[in-house]
Every structure is written in C-alpha cells, then in structure tokens.
Design a protein around this ligand. Structure first.
Ligand SMILES: NC(=O)c1ccc[n+]([C@@H]2O[C@H](COP(=O)([O-])OP(=O)(O)OC[C@H]3O[C@@H](n4cnc5c(N)ncnc54)[C@H](OP(=O)(O)O)[C@@H]3O)[C@@H](O)[C@H]2O)c1
Length: 333
C-alpha cells in the first residue's frame, strides 16, 4: 500500500477531553484497508459534521478523526470490479465521516458497497451542493409523493427552511408544483426563501403552538420537518386529514410533545427519514431524480464554497443555527 501523504482536517482529543481541530498531513496507510480509494474533489458541511468535529461521541467515538459525511471525487484504486480508475463517484452516509475517515480529507477509502456512480447531468461540485442534506430533502419529498400528497391537495410546510435540508426541500417542492410555506428563525432571509420558490414565509414563533391543545386548525397537506420538538408537534397537529409529515432532524429538540389524536382523528402519517443507511437502490433512485427533474436552477444561490481552512468558522455557524443553504468544501484549493 502506498504511503503517499495527503491533507486532511483532523480533530484530536486531548488528555483533558478538549477537542482541537487542525489541518494535518496524513498517509494513505492511515485509511482503512480494501474497497475503493477516492481522491476527493468536493465535500460539504452537514450538521452531523459539526457534531463530529466538536467531539459528540454519539457520532464519532474515536479520535483523531477526519469528519465529512459527504465526498465526491475520482476513483484512484479499486479492488472491486464495479468501479474503475478514473470513474467519478459520490459517497455519503453509512459510516463515512462518523468513525471512518471522511470527506474533509483529500482521500477516502471505503467499501465498494458505499459508492454511488455520479449520475450524468450532475457535476462533482453540484453533487456536493446537494450532499447529505439535499439527498435528505429529496428523500423527504419522495416519501410525501409515495404517501399520495399531490400539489393540488394544498400547502406544504417546510421547517428550518434556510438550513441545508430545508432550503433544498423548499426548492424541490416548488419546482415540483407544490405551494410551499417556509418557516424560519431568520427574519432577514425572506427574499432568499421566496427566490427558492416559497410562496409565503412564516416565523419560527408562529410555527410553534404552546397551548397544549391536541389538535389545531388543519392547514397543511404535508410538511417536511427538519427541527423536531414543539415545531414538529405543531406541524403534525396543524396537518389536514390524511396529510403526511416527514421527520429527519432534531436541531430544536429530540422530543415530540404530542398525543395520538392527529393520527387517529385525522389519519395523519408521520414518516421517518434516515438517509445514512438508505439502501443502494433507493440512493440510485434519489440521485437519478436529483440529476433530472429535481435539478435546481438556484444551485448557486444556495451555495457558499469554502476551503478546509474556512471550516472552523462555518462549523460554529451551523452549530448556532445561523448557516444558510449549503456549504461546499473545495478540496483542491
Ligand atoms: N435523518 C437524516 O437522514 C438526516 C440527514 C441530514 C440531516 N439530518 C438532520 O436534519 C437536521 C437539519 O440538518 P441541516 O443539515 O439542514 O442543518 P442546518 O443547515 O444547520 O439547518 C438547520 C436549520 O434549522 C433551524 N434551526 C436551528 N436551530 C433551531 C432551533 N433551536 N429551533 C428551531 N429551528 C432551528 C435553522 O433554520 P431557520 O433559521 O431557517 O429556522 C437552521 O438553519 C439536523 O438535525 C440534522 O442532523 C438528518
């Protein structure tokens, strides 16, 4: 195995349990054995990466570690005949960036079963504008559709709407003909959300009912929730008969303060979204949609491109809920 070195963002744990982050030189021999070696061209920043980078042991148990749940790049070695040298690929989820060295380094080595061929119609950079967050947004919209929510049924609520998952969900839903109502804590980002296709923007406060009432006026045909807690509970209680709510995140809270009435009196469905372990067939289906009918015109408006050197400040922003849209990391700079 080559002992070639490469640049990576490395999180170390000190003896005092403090987590320090530096850009370091690592060797290909530090990466796991076997599978597919990918030279990473782009990665992206997700909320989970910020948790890994700050020592959240629920995400990453062992340090030193290189986070990055997303990577796109070119195959440099493969022990599996499904992939050949020079092929452009995407890797996201599974254990990448959790306890397997991730996309915040110039190289990753992963099992071939984790690797998705880059679909035609999408560049390596565009694939990382979507990344795990965009994939999760697309997965949520797919589930709404599979549960029968059509554009003519009424408004769709998206919570945490300026975030990575939320902003892509707003844009995909709008492009698919849905009337999207975007809920945000960022009063100054109304124009950003309207440009993505939202027809109305509401405040985070107005998305949270703390009256304790078991049911509220049914407004939503569906909802894509990215935050959890009272906001998710309010979305479910405000969903019309036979409406569908997807749940993928917990930035507000992991709790769900609700009772059974929306489910047994209105037939509302709550659908869980787990992108990390979604099966390969589903991954290919979703990436195919992303590169075709869900390819967005506003990709650049959504994107901030950074280098590894700018990760620290962007990790702080995402932890404070202040990030907007998607952050793409260019590994060649
Ligand atoms: N299940 C899965 O497969 C999966 C995949 C990807 C992500 N996730 C999860 O989904 C969530 C969103 O991920 P992301 O990448 O979109 O993160 P993000 O870019 O940080 O977006 C989260 C957004 O939520 C809103 N928010 C932040 N703090 C909040 C609070 N305390 N109360 C209410 N709203 C708050 C903010 O939007 P506004 O200011 O616009 O309100 C923020 O931009 C995270 O919990 C993440 O772990 C899950």
């Amino acid at each position: 195995m080559s002992d070639q070195t490469f640049k990576a963002y490395v999180v170390d744990e000190t003896d005092e349990n403090v987590f320090v982050r530096n850009i370091k030189s690592r060797s290909l021999t530090d990466l796991p054995d076997g599978g597919v070696l990918v030279k990473v061209h782009y990665s992206s920043l997700n909320y989970k990466d910020a948790l890994s980078a700050t020592g959240n042991k629920g995400v990453t148990k062992n340090f030193p570690h290189t986070p990055g749940v997303d990577a796109s790049g070119v195959v440099e070695e493969s022990s599996d005949d499904r992939f050949s040298i020079g092929q452009e690929v995407i890797v996201h989820g599974y254990d990448l960036g959790c306890n397997t060295s991730g996309g915040f380094g110039e190289y990753i080595r992963v099992p071939a079963d984790w690797v998705v061929r880059l679909p035609s119609g999408l560049s390596l950079r565009e694939s990382m504008i979507y990344g795990t967050a965009g994939y999760t947004a697309a997965y949520s919209v797919l589930r709404l559709q599979e549960f029968g929510v059509n554009p003519d049924m009424g408004e769709i609520l998206v919570t945490g709407a300026t975030g990575g998952v939320g902003s892509v969900a707003v844009a995909i839903l709008a492009k698919s003909g849905y009337q999207v109502v975007a809920s945000t804590g960022k009063a100054d980002q109304e124009e950003f959300l309207l440009n993505l296709g939202a027809k109305e923007v509401i405040s985070r406060e107005d998305s949270k009912d703390e009256s304790g009432r078991p049911l509220l006026r049914g407004r939503w045909a569906g909802a894509v929730d990215t935050v959890g807690g009272e906001i998710l509970a309010t979305a479910i209680k405000s969903t019309k008969k036979l409406g569908v709510v997807t749940c993928c995140g917990n930035v507000a809270s992991a709790e769900l303060p609700i009772n059974v009435y929306p489910f047994i009196l209105r037939g509302v469905s709550l659908v869980g979204i787990d992108s990390q372990d979604s099966p390969m067939k589903l991954r290919q289906q979703i990436w195919d949609k992303i590169s075709n009918e869900w390819k967005l015109d506003q990709l650049e408006q959504l994107t901030t491109e950074i280098t590894l050197h700018e990760l620290d400040s962007n990790i702080e922003l995402i932890l404070q809920g202040k990030q907007r849209g998607r952050v793409v990391i260019n590994l060649s700079k």
